[in-house]
Design a binder for this molecule. Structure first.
Ligand code: DPP
Ligand code: ZN
Length: 848
């Protein structure tokens, strides 16, 4: 398969003004008629041009230009599309009409038009539209769409405003990747919203009959998102109708099709009995994310797929800010950084590392990555910090003013900030082109009463990028006095060179620095700090992120040494964690994070950073030992803490109640180590919501128990797929190292393991591969299990397979024996006959 390069970008020879689509739905033989008006692109003077249209798995029935049928032998068709020679193509513009036949039932890749539980639905981003009809399927081609749908289904939906049953008009020009169609026997949950300027908008969430009572939270989140985007970004909704559809078979989380968002049902449907606090928060965030795309993505879209971060980084940044506003910024930041380190740092340190704006790809679906999304959002956060809140808003206003209706690049985005603020961002822009996580090293100096910070930066080589240039790194710094108070106002240091010194002023005694507050840049901080200083910051830092970070770094330091057989549990750590756990002045949600130990993945990467080989069993054992010591240390207080964090009254998913339940659940995990599961079993029996039920089950499984409860859980929920996914996932992720493989092998033969459904597949295979001690068995059987399933899934769903093949990306961290075992499996995958280009690109890169 060819490599596509950013440097090869060229505007199309023809633009499209209007698209009229007519669908005659049939499960195995849907007819699609398209009428497309093309206009010459006057900047292309290199004509005459052939007409080249993308198209995959399409049966062409007829095609005409300006009403003249094109003889079949004049149409050059291959697996990727068709070409009409230029002598048949009026060069100043023309109308193309074509009829094609497609087979939605046979579409297991879930890209284009496919069937899920008897309903028709579409997924067109990035390149699914070409599986619906012939089209210049690229995001810089924007057109207005009219859609007519003929079919028996009572609900026939497409983008835009509704003209009549099955008739739709979208007045806003859009790229084809935002096209959507849904047809089926669906019920809607309805509401309305009035925009700031008084426009009335109908809101509808479409679900299967019986699920209407699980839509209230998503609807509420949608209305809050609409209001927030008006208040914070001055952006109003622009159609008469906004629709969301819940679909069970979906490769992604959700999709921002204009006016018709399509969601993986697990990110819409929620009730207290079936969804956890974490689910509620995620639903809120994803509803917001997709809604925010209406302006950042849809009204202003990407010129080409290399610019994906233009819409995704910005929209993630917007949804993160929204969640912070709805809940707690401090806690949200901790959560986001945990995700960033767990997924993006891991990606950036391995064979799949790529810049936030990649420069080449084989399969674009492989670039919907943590780097494009999460690091892309970090870059926006740094930009905002550097220019300030007011300038950020000014730049965004200019962005919307200047580029509404356009398909843009990162250059446009940067220019808007330069024009709005007068600041030169040439160096800052390196964040978009340089892969790898920079290291920020800190040395302190206190001499003659002056305190100086010496900062230096370096970014490691990544595939294709041996040498790196210095970045602009914003470093928020606070200074604490000996009594824990702030010794000076917080400062924002801008590190632009490889090495730079910052004189922070005169002090009577050496202050204790709190560096990189709020995690102000996505870097690895290297600062030789002793554990006494960490304990001091853990107790006193006024910045919630760095307060948490200090405790976490303390634990990590200890766990790394324990796992390397070179350390013991530090009593001072237990004192510190005990104090924070019981500190009622602190938000329970924060305390839950503070008491939760670094994950096995985090400890692994800390060990790798020291140049050592991680031993998954030793890491598991160390972490268990520390958590047992914490439980014993807090033994007298845990029952009280657990009781104090119980929430009375009917369940509500609000941040305060959820925070208490999170801390109660942490306490329960510790208590289970002491009471043989008595409290957890009781919680399981009495639970009236999913948060309590599943946290009890998880605590029991982690302790190697919970068989009765697991069986009861299955009986209760076997007909609810979203909950049943949790049942698969919890067993795979909480399994003890010895039992893990047996458990997942058995679950893989369970009658409910419908592996063709992406949610079900991911819920078993993903958590197992992310359970390091179970997955990295020294006999290699964990690797073989994953590879077997990837090979099987690739034949029907390349996109999800390729994504999950990334689970092997860390193989170089491990010892020789494991390396050989993993690469053996990777080669077996690579050698599979007819392997998709998606999976082959990922596996090829991982093997290097
Ligand atoms: N649906 C994906 C997202 O919203 C891709 N656009 O991020
Ligand atoms: Zn998005």
């Amino acid at each position: 398969a060819p490599t596509i390069r950013l440097s090869d970008y060229q505007e199309p020879a023809f633009w499209v003004d209007t698209v009229k689509l007519s669908f005659d739905l049939d499960p195995t033989a849907t007819r699609v008629t398209s009428k497309i008006t093309f206009r010459a692109n006057d900047t292309r003077t290199d004509g005459p041009h052939d007409l080249k249209l993308d198209g995959r798995n399409l049966k062409l029935i007829t095609a005409s230009i300006n009403g003249n049928a094109i003889p079949a032998d004049s149409i050059l068709q291959d697996a990727e599309g068709l070409t009409i020679p230029s002598d048949l193509v009026p060069q100043d513009g023309f109308t193309w009409v074509a009829e094609v036949e497609i087979n939605p039932s046979a579409n297991t890749a879930l890209e284009g038009l496919y069937m899920s539980n008897g309903m028709y639905c579409t997924q067109c981003e990035a390149q699914g539209f070409r599986k619906i009809t012939f089209y210049p399927d690229r995001p810089d081609v924007m057109a207005t769409f009219d859609v007519e749908i003929k079919g028996d289904a009572p609900v026939l939906l497409s983008n835009g405003n509704k003209l009549a049953h099955g008739m739709w008009h979208d007045p806003w020009p859009k790229p084809a990747y935002l096209f959507a169609l849904v047809a089926g026997d669906l019920k809607s949950y309805d509401d309305t919203f009035t925009t700031a300027s008084g426009r009335h908008v109908d809101l509808q969430i479409f679900v299967r009959d019986g699920d209407q009572d699980k839509c209230a939270y998503a609807m509420d989140a949608l209305k809050r998102s609409m209001k927030w985007d008006e208040q914070v970004y001055g952006r109003e909704y622009d159609l008469d109708l906004f629709m969301i559809v819940a679909v069970d078979d979906f490769n992604m989380g959700a999709m921002e099709n204009k006016g018709l968002n399509i969601f993986n049902s697990k990110y819409v449907l929620a009730s207290p009995e079936t969804a956890t606090d974490v689910d509620f928060e995620r639903i809120e965030g994803i509803i917001a994310h997709e809604y925010f795309h209406n302006w950042t993505g849809n009204r202003i879209t990407c010129r080409d797929w290399f610019q994906l971060c233009l819409k995704e980084g910005l929209t993630v940044f917007r949804d993160q800010t929204f969640t912070g506003d709805m809940r707690s910024h401090g806690v949200k930041r901790i959560d986001d950084v945990l995700q960033l380190r767990g997924r993006q740092f891991r990606e950036d340190a391995g064979p799949l590392a790529h810049p936030v704006r990649p420069e080449e790809y084989i399969e674009i679906n492989n670039f919907y990555t943590a780097t494009v999304y999460e690091k892309g959002a970090e870059v926006i956060g740094m930009l905002k910090l550097l220019v300030g809140d007011e300038n950020y808003r000014k730049a965004l206003d200019l962005y919307f003013d200047r580029h509404d209706g356009q398909a843009c690049t990162i250059e446009h985005w940067i220019a808007v900030f330069e024009d709005a603020t007068g600041r030169d961002l040439a160096q800052f822009k390196r964040w978009y082109s340089q892969a790898g996580t920079p290291t920020l090293s800190v040395r302190e100096e206190f001499a003659n009463g002056r305190y100086t910070l010496h900062l230096s930066q370096s970014t490691p080589p990544t595939p294709g990028q041996p040498d790196k240039l210095p970045l602009v790194i914003p470093v928020r710094v606070g200074l604490l006095a000996g009594d824990g108070s702030e010794a000076a106002p917080e400062q924002l240091l801008e590190l632009t060179q490889s090495e730079q010194s910052f004189d922070l002023g005169a002090f009577d005694e050496k202050p204790v620095p709190s560096i990189l507050r709020g995690f102000s840049a996505p870097v690895i901080l290297k600062h030789d700090v002793d554990n006494a200083t960490r304990a001091f910051l853990f107790a006193h830092d006024s910045d919630p992120f760095n307060k948490w970070e200090a405790g976490s770094a303390y634990a990590s330091d200890m766990l790394v040494k324990m796992a390397l057989n070179d350390g013991a549990i530090d009593a001072a750590y237990l004192d510190a964690i005990h104090a924070v756990a019981l500190d009622d002045a602190l938000d329970p949600a924060f305390r839950a994070f503070a008491v939760g130990l670094p994950s096995e993945e985090e400890i692994t990467s800390a060990i790798v950073a020291l140049g050592e080989k991680p031993d998954p069993d030793a890491i598991y054992t160390a972490r268990n030992a520390l958590s047992l010591a914490m439980a014993e240390k807090m033994a007298d207080d845990l029952p009280n803490l657990y009781t104090a964090m119980q929430v009375d009254g009917p369940y509500s998913p609000d941040a305060e109640a959820a925070g208490k339940r999170a801390l109660a659940s942490t306490a329960l995990g510790l208590l289970t180590k002491l009471d043989g599961g008595k409290t957890a079993a009781k919680q399981f029996d009495n639970a009236d919501n999913m948060t309590l039920q599943i946290s009890a089950l998880a605590a029991l499984i982690r302790a190697g128990a919970g068989e009765t409860q697991s069986a009861a859980f299955y009986d209760q929920w076997k007909s609810d797929n979203i909950v049943l996914d949790k049942w698969f996932a919890i067993q795979a992720s909480c399994a003890t190292p010895d039992a893990g493989l047996d458990i997942v092998q058995k679950l893989a033969t369970h009658p409910d393991f419908n592996w063709k459904n992406p949610n079900r597949f991911r819920s078993l295979i993903g958590p197992f591969a992310m359970n390091p001690a179970a997955f990295h068995r020294i006999d290699g059987k964990g690797y073989q299990f994953l590879a077997d399933w990837l090979i099987k899934l690739d034949a029907i769903n390349p996109q999800t397979t390729a994504r999950m093949a990334g689970l092997f990306e860390t193989w170089k961290r491990y010892d020789k024996k494991r390396q050989t075992l993993i690469t053996g499996q990777l080669r077996r995958i690579a050698d599979t006959k007819n392997l998709s280009k998606d999976t082959s690109e990922i596996v090829g890169k991982i093997l290097g």
